[in-house]
Ligand binder design. Structure first.
Ligand SMILES: [Zn+2]
Length: 175
């Protein structure tokens, strides 16, 4: 029998060992532990001493939830952005297609089929709530090399210029 140490009263993260439960788990003493959240759980001494178990499970749940809530909002917004980019570049039926796909602007291969790649790029390249994606070179494609995140007004200023420019070209072509 390993870890015969008396752990009663000792704290391990959120857990305080109360008493030897009498249970043996993989030859390790099962300690009845009181978690800060109020639950009583039995944890083998080995996991307490090694730091593997620090709560009844509530800690992991909280962290997972925090992580999810923190990212969920931006994931949703980024997913919409990603969808919009693809539509305007690849779908001729989209009303903005003529400014993008129709103008020869496309989405790089890396982003076209992989939202996760786009999302990871965004999150490591200054994406914040309220910012919109901008192509640095207006005649360039949607790609990590040619994109940045800017405020809506910065993008609108640039966009209107670009649209005016293309309108002129369309007019000239139609003459
Ligand atoms: Zn707990």
């Amino acid at each position: 029998m390993e870890n015969k140490k008396n752990l009663a009263g000792k704290r391990f993260g959120r857990l305080v060992a109360v008493a030897d439960s009498g249970k043996r788990i993989h030859h390790s003493i099962g300690w009845a532990c009181h978690c800060d959240c109020g639950k009583i759980v039995i944890v083998q001494s080995r996991n307490l001493l090694s730091g593997t178990t620090k709560s009844c499970g509530c800690l992991q749940k909280e962290m997972a939830k925090k992580k999810f809530t923190k990212h969920n909002g931006s994931y949703t917004r980024l997913y919409h952005t990603w969808g919009n980019i693809k539509t305007r570049c690849l779908n001729p039926h989209n009303r903005d297609y003529r400014y993008y796909g129709g103008h020869g602007i496309t989405v790089c291969e890396e982003w076209k089929n992989d939202f996760v790649k786009f999302r990871d790029w965004a999150l490591t390249h200054g994406y914040k709530k309220g910012l919109t994606i901008d192509r640095i070179n207006n005649n360039g494609n949607y790609s990590p090399q040619n994109c940045q995140w800017v405020t809506r007004s910065e993008n609108a200023k640039k966009g209107n210029k670009q649209k005016g420019f293309i309108f002129k070209i369309i007019k000239i072509k139609n003459k």
